[in-house]
Design a protein around this ligand. Structure first.
Ligand SMILES: Cc1cc2nc3c(=O)[nH]c(=O)nc-3n(C[C@H](O)[C@H](O)[C@H](O)COP(=O)(O)OP(=O)(O)OC[C@H]3O[C@@H](n4cnc5c(N)ncnc54)[C@H](O)[C@@H]3O)c2cc1C
Length: 358
């Protein structure tokens, strides 16, 4: 179709790690609209550091307008998609030639950067004023939060309760063991195979019962359970049959939703068989940026770039100096992986990728 030099309309739904990099990468090649319920991109893996050091959030919470200088930003949630348009919660219909779904995980965070920074200040106050802290959940969020508090506030009594048999179930046993040993060496009390009943403390006393019959009395708690995928909004749309059993969008090797010529998906929402990691979400964004540029320039579909699932690399920070890193053939812990991740949490690198001062 010749549009007489007019740019194609690309709608990106979701301004997380994946959608934001894509929007930034194609903003001068297309008429880009980014739909996101919040006004900012948040570098999600800095969240836990932001809680112990709220000023850190200044660099990891980035207004979309800072990197998307040549595109439209719609601050709302998408609630429906048809063959030609997206509908937002505010009732706006936005037409597209290409659409990219990048809604990742659901996280009810505030709309503005200011409100988000205030939230980190409040969480920090909660930590500062507590002597004893309960962390519920031994996935990456719970482990990283325990590591941050144990490092910055070693005098606080931190208890981490996890219902599974080991920490960090998304990666290998070695990484889990190393993290457990590190936490225990920092006096974090780790209780495995126990669930906390949050309703057991209805009188405001913050004394909780666990499934093993233990009672834990603390000054405050943080619930660090995994977040659900943000794909429920697709359940009644033209893409409902493209969701797999766990709610992920099934994509082909070009990262197009299977069977669709102008609908792509990137980031954690996809069914690509790999660990769900931000650096891989970035790779998805760059592949789709390339493919969209090719298609928009009239290139052949057969010339599109393909995406190969990433290998099982993951890093979990343990405070400011240490980390545990899983590579395909080995797992290491301590200050070497710590140097890679824990000091700056890749914030400078990610900001640079977004075209911003590190
Ligand atoms: C504790 C922790 C540590 C991590 N550490 C690392 C690390 O060191 N390195 C690494 O590479 N990865 C790390 N990850 C993984 C990384 O955070 C994710 O893989 C990454 O955030 C996925 O990006 P995404 O854009 O696909 O999704 P998300 O970051 O979940 O973003 C989704 C976006 O979609 C928006 N959205 C949701 N629903 C709608 C809707 N209906 N309409 C419009 N917008 C919507 C949201 O507002 C959000 O902006 C870590 C994760 C955790 C939990």
């Amino acid at each position: 179709m010749d549009l007489g030099g007019e740019k194609r309309r690309v709608v990106i739904v979701g301004g997380g790690i994946a959608g934001s990099l894509l929007a930034k990468s194609i903003q001068f090649n297309a008429d880009v609209t980014l739909i996101d319920p919040k006004e900012y991109l948040e570098i999600t893996w800095a969240n836990l550091r932001n809680m112990v050091e709220p000023s850190f959030a200044e660099r990891s919470v980035i207004n979309h307008r800072n990197y998307l200088t040549n595109g439209s930003i719609v601050t709302s949630a998408a609630i429906n998609v048809t063959e030609t348009e997206v509908l937002t919660a505010e009732g706006r219909l936005i037409a597209y030639d290409y659409i990219v779904i990048a809604t990742g995980h659901k996280d009810p965070v505030p709309k503005t950067k200011k409100e988000r920074l205030d939230q980190y200040q409040a969480e920090n106050q909660k930590i500062q004023s507590a002597h004893s802290i309960l962390i519920i959940g031994g996935g990456p969020t719970g482990v990283e939060l325990a590591g941050e508090i144990a490092t910055d506030f070693p005098e606080k009594k931190v208890t981490l309760v996890h219902k599974g048999p080991r920490l960090l179930e998304f990666i290998g046993l070695k990484a889990a063991d190393k993290s457990l040993r590190w936490l225990r060496s920092r006096k974090v009390e780790v209780k495995l195979e126990q669930a906390v009943d949050l309703n057991s403390s209805s009188d405001g006393s913050q004394e909780y019962q666990t499934s093993a019959g233990e009672s834990i009395k603390v000054d405050c708690h943080f619930l660090c359970a995994g977040k659900p995928l943000a794909s429920a909004w697709l359940n009644e749309t033209i893409l409902k049959t493209n969701l797999d059993k766990s709610g992920r969008l099934m994509v082909d090797e070009y990262l197009r939703v299977k069977g669709r010529s102008n609908i792509f998906a990137i980031g954690d929402i996809t069914d690509i068989p790999e660990l769900k990691q931000g650096y891989l979400a970035h790779k998805h964004a760059l592949v789709v940026a390339k493919n969209l540029k090719l298609l928009m320039a009239g290139g052949k579909e057969s010339k599109m770039s393909t995406y190969e699932p990433g290998s099982a690399i993951a890093m979990v920070s343990l405070g400011r100096k240490d980390a545990v890193a899983q590579f395909p053939f080995t797992t290491i812990s301590g200050c070497v992986p710590g140097l890679l991740k824990s000091r700056d949490l890749f914030i400078g690198r990610t900001r640079k990728q977004m075209g911003l001062q590190p």
